[in-house]
Each structure stands twice: as C-alpha cells, then as structure tokens.
Design a protein around this ligand. Structure first.
Ligand code: ZN
Length: 168
C-alpha cells in the first residue's frame, strides 16, 4: 500500500512538473513568436522587398539582397500612370546561368502570356504584368546563396529594367 502511494505521488508530481513545464514553454514560445512578428512590420526585413517601377521604364533598385533559407516576398509597385499595354512591368527572377538578353528576347514574343515564355524552366519566380497604379505581390522560397538576375520582361525593358538579386 505504501509503495502504491509513493508511486502515485511520483506519477502525480511528474505530471505536475511536465504540465507546468509545458505551460512555461508555451508561454515562452508565444512571446518569442510574437516579438519578431511585430518587429518585422516595424523594422525592415531583408526578405520583404518592395520595388517600384515607373513610366520612365525604371526599377528603383538595381540590387536586391535577401537571406538564404527563408521566404522572400516581393512587392512590385507601378508608380506611373501608363497602361500595362504601353508601359507594363513585371518582376522576373531568372535561374543562374540563364542569359538575360536571350530570355528577354524570347519573352517579348509571349504577349498572350504576359511576356513569360510558356512552360519556361528559366524562371525562379515572377509577378504578373501590371500597369500604372497597380501592385503585384509574390512569395517564394529564397534560392540557394548566389547572385541571380532579375528583369522586367516587357519588350525592350530589360535594357534598363534589370538588376542583381543576391542571396546571402
Ligand atoms: Zn517594364
């Protein structure tokens, strides 16, 4: 009888400890998770990229740096006024080793597909084509560390609208 009582007591206290432990962990985890979430909105998260484009056929960035192993969010804004048929912009991230000029020339012939070659394997991610006042957002996993090319694939735009996407 004594033994049973001791065992019961032991089980009870283990349950109590483990329960208390869990609760503490939960609380810790909760505050831990919440803090960065709030701070990313206030401070700048390198993987939360906002890039603007305009009626002068320009991106406001020639270089984008992100951290490897995380999601990347690209927000492309067209701060101009022109229609997407005249001054359309997109953000296209090419795989390493893809020739930007060659890709740009091919993409220009795919008007019906927003200037993205149908079934292409040259692209990591791309936004839809937008016109003045519009915004496009995409999210994708950062590719492995290295330097990549990005461009706007609207015909002729890649001459000015291109840059380096660096994953560190
Ligand atoms: Zn463009």
């Amino acid at each position: 009888m004594k033994e049973i009582k001791i065992i019961l007591l032991a089980v009870f206290s283990i349950a109590l400890i483990s329960c208390g432990g869990k609760e503490e962990k939960k609380k810790e985890g909760f505050s831990y998770e919440k803090k960065p979430e709030v701070s990313t909105k206030v401070e700048s998260n390198p993987n939360d990229v906002v890039i603007t484009s305009n009626d002068a056929m320009q991106f406001n960035k020639k270089e984008i740096k992100v951290e490897a192993g995380k999601k990347v969010k690209i927000t492309l804004r067209h701060i101009g006024k022109m229609d997407k048929n005249v001054m359309g912009h997109n953000f296209v991230l090419l795989k390493q080793g893809v020739d930007l000029v060659k890709f740009g020339n091919t993409a220009a012939t795919f008007r019906d597909n927003d200037y993205i070659p149908t079934g292409t394997k040259d692209v990591i991610a791309y936004t839809k084509l937008i016109g003045g006042g519009e915004t496009a957002v995409i999210e994708f996993d950062a590719p492995e560390a290295g330097t990549y090319d990005f461009l706007c694939s609207f015909p002729g735009h890649y001459a000015l609208m291109k840059g380096k996407f660096i994953v560190e």
